[in-house]
Design a protein. Sequence first.
Length: 77
Amino acid sequence: MPAKPKWAQIVDSIRAQIATGDLRPGDKLPSTSELCKQYDVSAIVVRQAINALKVEGVVEGVGGVGVFVVEDSGSVG
């Protein structure tokens, strides 16, 4: 079985941080350059991970400000 792509590993890591409460709704994710250093990957890989999280509705980008964890909508309704 092939290894999981780096971007998918970052997605899993950020999801885990949210699940454990290390990242909470409203928290800002580290910058792209900080995430590059943390995971030892290129900016393209980090952007791919962030885009995947945006598509899932886990995070949202605020232009010129950063990327933030969204409110948990799973408990509504």
